[in-house]
Design a protein around this ligand. Structure first.
Ligand code: ADP
Ligand code: MG
Length: 238
């Protein structure tokens, strides 16, 4: 089953044409990585998928549903940003539960989901702390936990590790791979880091200047890059 499909999606801001005829599919359970240089439209593409920006044209399906007009909270998607975007005045538990409370989930459901997410992310002893009392890596785990408790069918990660130091980046990358194995969900992961792309992806989408340059498995792209740009980006011989 296809979890997400984009057909001829375009996005312009005024006269600036940022996304150009994007076509791609994400299968259920698939881990898809978007790579491309800064400014090529990766974040805009995630925001359009999440519904935080409207597409200027084209169709977005999640499962069977056309979601072009569906508000973000109803798309079954959770997004994790580079900047964590935690609420500073809420402790870890309340950061994680806010969306569930807004959705009027029962206390039992909320408690069970926080327990599960905090166990998966090793956050159990931090639930009463505030974001300012956490390290960068812990904050990013809270941001991921906040996504997990919503049990989305599709996770969107926008360069989630780029504010972390190298060692923590590797640990968190392994954690995200483990989460993907445990959760019954598709993931789209944006990075400009070639190692992250090659190690995490079932499928890589290479973007350049708002267009899809090539789509394939890491090995396909490495062995058969469509052009010099893709080869250069993935460190492949060309
Ligand atoms: P990336 O995430 O790949 O670095 P972005 O999606 O952030 O790229 O940006 C792609 C292009 O779209 C950039 O040229 C950026 O300036 C432009 N852009 C993004 N958001 C807006 C906006 N709200 N208004 C105008 N231009 C924007
Ligand atoms: Mg970006």
């Amino acid at each position: 089953m296809t979890a997400l499909s984009l057909k001829n999606v375009n996005k312009s801001f005024g006269s600036v044409h940022v996304l150009k005829d994007i076509n791609l599919e994400v299968e259920e359970g698939e881990f898809v990585v978007f790579v491309g240089p800064s400014g090529c439209g990766k974040s805009t593409l995630l925001r359009v998928i999440a519904g935080l920006e409207d597409a200027s044209s084209g169709d977005i399906h999640i499962g069977e549903d056309l979601v072009n007009l569906t508000p973000p909270a109803k798309r079954g998607i959770a997004m994790v940003f580079q900047s964590y975007a935690l609420y500073p005045h809420l402790n870890v538990r309340n950061n994680m539960t806010l969306a569930l409370k807004q959705a009027k989930r029962s206390k039992e459901v909320i408690d069970a989901r926080v327990a599960e997410a905090s166990r998966m992310l090793d956050l159990e002893q931090y639930l009463d702390r505030y974001p300012s009392e956490l390290s960068g890596g812990q904050r990013q785990r809270v941001a991921i936990g906040r996504a997990i408790v919503r049990q989305p069918k599709l996770f969107l990660f926008d360069e989630p590790l780029s504010n972390l130091d190298a060692a923590l980046r590797m640990n968190t990358r392994i954690e995200i791979a483990n989460l993907h194995r445990q959760l019954d969900a598709s993931m789209i992961y944006v990075t400009h880091d070639q190692t992250e792309a090659m190690t995490l992806a079932d499928k890589i989408v290479v973007l350049r200047d708002g267009r899809v340059e090539q789509i394939g498995s890491p090995m396909e792209l490495y062995n058969n890059p469509a052009n010099q740009f893709v080869a250069g980006f993935l460190g492949a011989p060309s």
